[in-house]
Design a protein around this ligand. Structure first.
Ligand SMILES: *[C@@H]1O[C@H](CO)[C@@H](O)[C@H](O)[C@H]1NC(C)=O
Ligand SMILES: *[C@@H]1O[C@H](CO)[C@@H](O)[C@H](O)[C@H]1NC(C)=O
Ligand SMILES: *[C@@H]1O[C@H](CO)[C@@H](O)[C@H](O)[C@H]1NC(C)=O
Length: 234
């Protein structure tokens, strides 16, 4: 039994079929998976993610469950853009995301110090600065170190379908845009060094990249909205 009732056979089968992927809600549309030094929390943007929803509680549980000593690199992902995108239709709506995406989830990304959030749905590439509440928290563009006081949001939806247009509006948080097909490669050299590379599919060359260098103590550091009230009181 778990909080949601008995685990059915189909769940067990799924768990076996997909190896280390762990589904905590049924159907298995949101899941977590570990890959080496990475912990992934994959949300389901086709179902309610707002505060108070079942999924919100699941996302919090997933982010909270990682042991950053073992898996320092924490990744959030969803199909639709719940963070930031300069895609033209999101810009036309004025939200630069799915409405009520980051408004509801940024507290969790901040509290649990999510390093990178990945999205698709929009068929292009875009990377933000480390950001919290629409503000870039670090001016640096290519190399990040020290406390995790914001999350880097990446749209990497150039998997092969038609391409999506960007708005003409120049947002301060957008560091790199590419109206082309491509993919991202993450390399964790060790527990304190990560390389992010965006490559175009047409030539396999790196067009955007950054590094993150940080230690466990940087993950523990108190940041705005990132500490339990008890931590501040003690
Ligand atoms: C975030 O962290 C960086 C690097 O440690 C620091 O330079 C910056 O002032 C911090 N920003 C905020 C808003 O706390
Ligand atoms: C981690 O890897 C980076 C990049 O290869 C290297 O510079 C650094 O010394 C390594 N750190 C540790 C603690 O092994
Ligand atoms: C990463 O980006 C920086 C800044 O644009 C560039 O100088 C560097 O050569 C790039 N590294 C790789 C491996 O592409």
């Amino acid at each position: 039994m778990n909080a949601l009732g008995p685990i059915p056979e189909v769940f067990m089968l799924l768990k076996i079929l997909v190896g280390s992927v762990v589904c905590q809600l049924r159907p298995c549309t949101m899941y977590s998976t570990d890959y080496g030094m990475f912990h992934f929390c994959i949300a389901d943007s086709e179902h309610d993610w707002r505060e108070g929803s079942e999924q919100y509680a699941w996302i919090e549980k997933c982010l909270a469950s990682v042991d950053r000593k073992k898996q320092p690199w924490l990744i959030f992902s969803a199909h639709r853009v719940l963070g930031y995108s300069s895609n033209s239709w999101y810009a036309m709506e004025g939200s630069f995301e799915e409405p009520m995406g980051r408004e509801h989830l940024q507290k969790l990304w901040q509290k649990y110090k999510v390093d990178i959030a990945f999205y698709g749905h929009v068929h292009n590439y875009e990377r933000t600065c480390p950001i919290y509440q629409n503000q870039c928290v670090i001016p640096e563009r290519y190399s990040y170190s020290g406390t995790v006081n914001g999350t880097i949001h990446v749209v990497v939806g150039g998997g092969g379908s038609h391409l999506s247009d960007f708005t003409e509006i120049d947002t301060v948080w957008s560091l790199y845009k590419d109206h082309d097909w491509g993919f991202v490669k993450l390399t964790a050299f060790n527990h304190s060094s990560l390389l992010f590379e965006y490559k175009k599919s047409r030539d396999g060359l790196v067009y955007d990249n950054f590094t993150i260098s940080r230690d466990y103590r940087d993950v523990l550091a108190c940041v705005h909205d990132g500490c339990e009230p008890t931590t501040l009181a003690s």
